[in-house]
Design a protein around this ligand. Sequence first.
Ligand code: SAM
Length: 210
Amino acid sequence: MAHPIFRLAARLLNWPLTVLVRPYPRLNAIAWDLQYALGLWRYLDRGRDPVPLALAQQVTDRPRILDLGCGTTVNLALPADGYRHYHGVDISRTAIRRARSLRRPNTSFEVADLVTYQSTARYDAVLLREVMYYLTPQDAVTVLRRAAGMLDPGGRVLIWLYDGTAAVAAVLSRLRECGLTVHAELPDGDTGERVVLVLGADDPAHSRQP
Ligand SMILES: C[S@@+](CC[C@H](N)C(=O)[O-])C[C@H]1O[C@@H](n2cnc3c(N)ncnc32)[C@H](O)[C@@H]1O
């Protein structure tokens, strides 16, 4: 959980960053590298969260996972026999360097801007953990639809968001209405402050039911 000061700073900075920095990918990358270099996101690296892998394993035992805006990935529990392949994408070279340094088996990483990121690879689960609010609402919907296009049948897009603010509520309602089926909306963590949205196409097995 972020220190309240960080969360307040993040909220205050969100508007100027969105307007002045995010439209320019190189500037945006520098801003994120700087934040990582200053240690602003170090608190995220405490602990290993088992929930992302557990949700991906609901699709298949050893899922192929794409993690968009993956950060350093230090906070992800990824036991070697729990996934087939993990691919992490982030705009920050600093975060990706740290992720690579973990040398986990069957992983690959890429520095790229999600707004324009395309891939022909197919996945069982695409993770978007705490990243949607750094995109404009329009870009968030585009990224989500593109992510859904990278799923194999039965695959899921899993989105983590902090709940509670009006801005997050607005992002949530746009994501809910973007044409994908909402399979689940789960509170996550002890405080219930985080919400996980599980999205995907309609499953044939479900749509056959009356
Ligand atoms: C709050 S951090 C979350 C990191 C990680 N997903 C986690 O939950 O620990 C947001 C991440 O999104 C990345 N990010 C923000 N905008 C991005 C963009 N346009 N393209 C790719 N990555 C982006 C940042 O570099 C950062 O690593």
